[in-house]
Design a protein around this ligand. Structure first.
Ligand code: 3PG
Length: 307
């Protein structure tokens, strides 16, 4: 019987697992659950006899992929697939997919939530500021960026976006101001919200030369990936700009140094939680299950990312 493994270090909401189970079992397949595992070895063992895997930020590295004797498809229930070794998957003839857009509203709501939290002095009771009329720059206008724009406009923010891969007309149509370069975005906006993927072009690309362009006060919001930040430049920004605040859903590797030197000027969620809502789990998890059924039964490769 075709076996579908859910391997989630950070489990989906139970209601989402129930929905995934229904899709999998209605297709005549068997669901295998590996939730909250503590060692990568457990993932490697669990993948040995399954045909398909659903993951979140879990690492589908070469060891995992090579251990999947019957493995045909891995679906990342979410947007970013930087956690899948795509060349190892391709070499083994394993199809890799993501589920674009399915968890984007949850991530966007968290980005705005962190902005409110910061604008109100991390709820310290002192006089803060409002988001209304403040300039927000959206760096990358994909599914999450679009949702951030929609919500931010509800707050009355003045919204700008930069994305070299999205037509200007699409940005303007949403009532968002289009800017043609990252430099222009950073030099215009007090709030910058990052929605770029982590890849060879973007890793460490958010550096001092961009951040130092920001007007005062400068608030950087990262619900994307830790790797896109140049961490030594982040320290330099904190040192040189007393107005700079960093809000992130993904901890830096130099958190201890930041705690020691810049306490009160940054906020990190304790665990990556942008997509951690029942709705996002249901949307992304069930989409992943349907994509697996569609691929195994009909060879449907929509959303394949290792073409
Ligand atoms: C994504 O790329 O979809 C988000 O970063 C969510 O990641 P998560 O599923 O691990 O919460």
């Amino acid at each position: 019987m075709t076996k579908v493994l859910i391997a989630t270090d950070k489990p989906f909401a139970p209601v989402a697992v129930k929905g995934i189970r229904e899709v999998v079992e209605n297709a005549g397949f068997e669901l295998v659950l590996l939730e909250g595992y503590t060692s990568q070895d457990d993932f490697v063992k669990a993948v040995a006899d399954v045909d398909a895997v659903i993951i979140r930020s879990d690492k589908a590295d070469k060891t995992v992929i090579d251990a999947g004797n019957n493995l045909k498809i891995i679906v990342r229930a979410g947007a970013g697939y930087d956690n899948i070794d795509l060349s190892a998957a391709t070499a083994k003839g394993v199809v890799a997919m993501n589920t674009p857009g399915q968890n984007s509203n949850a991530v966007a709501e968290l980005a705005l939530g962190m902005m409110v939290y910061c604008a109100r002095g991390f709820f310290n009771g002192k006089s803060g500021m409002e988001l209304k009329d403040k300039k927000l720059g959206i760096h990358a206008y994909g599914y999450v960026g679009k949702n951030v724009a929609r919500i931010a406009k509800g707050f009355g923010m003045d919204v700008y976006a930069f994305d070299p891969f999205i037509p200007k007309e699409e940005i303007i149509r949403d009532g968002v101001k289009y800017v043609g370069t990252a430099e222009e975005l950073y030099s215009t906006c007090n709030f910058i919200s990052l929605h770029i993927p982590a890849n060879s072009q973007t890793k460490q690309s958010i550096n001092y030369s961009l951040l130092s362009l920001m007007p005062k006060p400068a608030i950087l919001v990262n619900t994307a990936r830790a790797e896109v930040i140049n961490e030594s430049d982040l320290v330099k920004m904190f040192e040189e700009r007393k107005d700079f605040v960093y809000l992130s859903d993904v901890e830096t590797t130099n958190k201890a140094e930041l705690e020691e030197k810049f306490k009160g000027r940054f906020f990190f969620t304790p665990k990556k939680m942008g997509a951690q809502t029942e709705e996002a789990n249901i949307n992304a998890g069930i989409a992943a299950a349907r994509q697996i059924v569609g691929f195994i039964k009909n060879g449907d490769k929509t959303f394949q990312v290792n073409k």
